[in-house]
Design a protein around this ligand. Structure first.
Ligand code: NAD
Ligand code: PRE
Length: 367
C-alpha cells in the first residue's frame, strides 16, 4: 500500500497507530505533525514515523489519509484548519478521540470539499502519555469503534478498515450519540471517580501524611487511571458534558443509597450491594482487551525470601517471555506476597504459567 498517511498528534495513540500501520504496510509513508516540536523529534528518532513536518499546510494537501490523534478539542480546531486547505480529492480523514458527537459534527463539514471523515475510537490505551509510550500491539484484540455517518460511502469504510486492520483490533460501528453514552459509562465516569478518590486521600494526606503512604493494592488498582493526561481528560469531560451530568446524578443516587444502608446498619442490603456487584463484575468477559481488561495478568504467590523476584523474572527471560509490567502486592514480613505479572498476549501468559508451575510456584489468574 503506497500511501501517504499524515498523523496529527504524536502521542501514545498517534505513535502506536504509526507503529502498527507501518508494521502491517511497510510501503506506506508515515508523516507526523505535532504542535510540540520535541514530540516530532522523538517520534522520528525512535523511527515511529518516516518524517515530520513543522507546517501542516505543506503536508496535509499531499496526504491520502489523515489521522487526528490530538486531544479532542485540538482535533476539532485542526478540522477547522483542514477545512481551509486544498486537500487531495477522496482523502480519508479519521480521528481517535474518546468522544465522538462534537468531533463527527465538525468532521462532517469536510464532505463538501470532496474528502471523507469517519470518526474512530480505539478502546485501548494507558495512563501513560507521549510518543515514547507507544506500542505496536497496543490495540491488538481491543474494540475499535467507528462512527460513520450516512454520507460515508461503503468503499471508504472498507478502505479505512483495511488500513486499520494492521492494529489487529476488532471493529464495531456505533452512532456518535450511543458511543458517547457507552464511553461515558465505562470509561469517562470511572475516570472522574478514580481522580475523585485520589483527591479525597490527598486532602486527608495533608493533615496525616501516613495515609498516602499506606495506600496499597486496592486503592492503587482503582486509581491507576488517575495518572493519565489532564489535557486529554479535560477535553473528554467538556465534550461529553450532557451524558456525564446525567451519569454523575445517577452515581450520586447510588452513593446516597449506600450512605442510607450504612446509616440504617442494614447488613442485608449492604451484603446484596456487594454480592450483586461481584456477580456482575465476575461475568464480564475476561482476557479481552478493551475498556476493562487491557492486560493479561498472572498472579504468583511468592515467599518473602531474598532473590525471589529475580528468580521469577530470570525463569521467564530464559523462556523468552516478555513481561510488560510487574508489581508486588501485599508483600509483608514473614508471609507470602503476591506478584502481579502482566503479559502482552494470552499465549505469553499461558507459557509463563507453565514455566512457573514447573518450578512449583502457585499461580492464578484474575476471575
Ligand atoms: N490515552 C488513551 O488511553 C486513549 C485511548 C483511546 C483514545 N484516546 C484519544 O487519543 C487522543 C490522543 O491521546 P494520547 O493518549 O495519545 O495523548 P498524548 O498526550 O500521549 O498525545 C497527544 C499529542 O497531541 C499533541 N497535540 C496537542 N494539540 C495538538 C495540535 N493542535 N496539533 C498537533 N498536535 C497536538 C500533543 O503535543 C501530544 O504529543 C485523545 O483524543 C484521546 O481522547 C486516548
Ligand atoms: O487503560 C487505560 O489506562 C485507559 O484509561 C484506557 C481508556 C479506558 O478508559 O479504558 C481511556 C480512554 C480511552 O478513550 C480508551 C481507553
Amino acid at each position: 500500500m503506497r500511501r501517504r498517511i499524515l498523523i496529527i498528534g504524536l502521542g501514545l495513540i498517534g505513535g502506536s497507530l504509526a507503529l502498527a500501520v507501518k508494521k502491517g504496510y511497510p510501503d506506506t509513508t508515515i508523516i507526523g505533525y505535532d504542535i510540540d516540536p520535541q514530540a516530532s523529534k522523538l517520534a522520528k528518532s525512535l523511527q515511529i514515523i518516516d518524517s515530520s513536518v513543522s507546517d501542516l499546510a505543506i503536508e496535509a494537501p499531499q496526504a491520502d489519509v489523515i489521522i487526528l490523534s490530538a486531544p479532542v478539542e485540538s482535533s476539532i480546531k485542526i478540522i477547522d484548519k483542514l477545512a481551509e486547505m486544498p486537500l487531495k480529492q477522496g482523502c480519508l480523514i479519521t480521528d481517535v478521540g474518546s468522544t465522538k458527537q462534537t468531533v463527527v459534527e465538525k468532521g462532517n463539514q469536510l464532505f463538501e470539499k470532496g474528502v471523507y471523515f469517519i470518526g474512530g475510537h480505539p478502546m485501548a490505551g494507558s495512563h501513560k502519555t507521549g510518543v515514547e509510550a507507544s506500542r505496536e500491539r497496543l490495540f491488538e484484540n481491543a474494540f475499535y469503534i467507528l462512527t460513520p455517518t450516512s454520507e460515508v460511502p461503503n468503499s471508504k469504510m472498507i478502505q479505512l478498515q483495511n488500513i486499520l486492520k494492521a492494529t489487529k483490533a476488532k471493529f464495531i460501528e456505533l452512532d456518535p450519540e450511543t458511543h458517547d453514552r457507552f464511553a461515558g459509562l465505562i470509561s469517562h465516569l470511572p475516570h472522574i471517580i478514580a481522580s475523585g478518590l485520589v483527591h479525597q486521600v490527598a486532602r486527608q494526606g495533608e493533615k496525616e501524611p501516613l495515609v498516602s503512604q499506606l495506600a496499597a493494592g486496592g486503592f492503587r488498582d482503582v486509581t491507576r487511571i488517575a495518572s493519565a493526561s489532564p489535557a486529554m481528560w479535560r477535553d473528554i469531560l467538556l465534550h461529553n458534558r450532557d451524558t456525564l451530568l446525567t451519569m454523575l446524578a445517577d452515581w450520586k443516587e447510588i452513593m446516597h443509597d449506600v450512605e442510607q444502608m450504612i446509616i440504617d446498619e442494614d447488613s442485608e442490603k449492604i451484603f446484596s450491594f456487594f454480592a450483586e456487584a461481584k456477580n456482575t463484575r465476575d461475568q464480564l468477559p475476561s482476557k479481552k482487551k478493551g475498556a476493562l481488561m487491557p492486560f493479561y495478568d498472572l498472579f504468583v504467590d511468592v515467599p518473602d525470601h531474598p532473590g525471589v523476584i529475580s528468580d521469577v523474572t530470570a525463569l521467564l527471560a530464559e523462556a523468552e517471555i516478555s513481561i510488560t509490567n510487574i508489581r508486588i502486592i501485599e508483600a509483608r514480613e514473614d508471609i507470602m506476597g503476591v506478584l502481579r505479572l502482566s503479559f502482552r498476549s494470552e499465549e505469553d501468559l499461558n507459557l509463563a504459567k507453565e514455566k512457573l508451575i514447573d518450578q512449583m510456584y502457585d499461580t492464578y489468574e484474575a476471575p
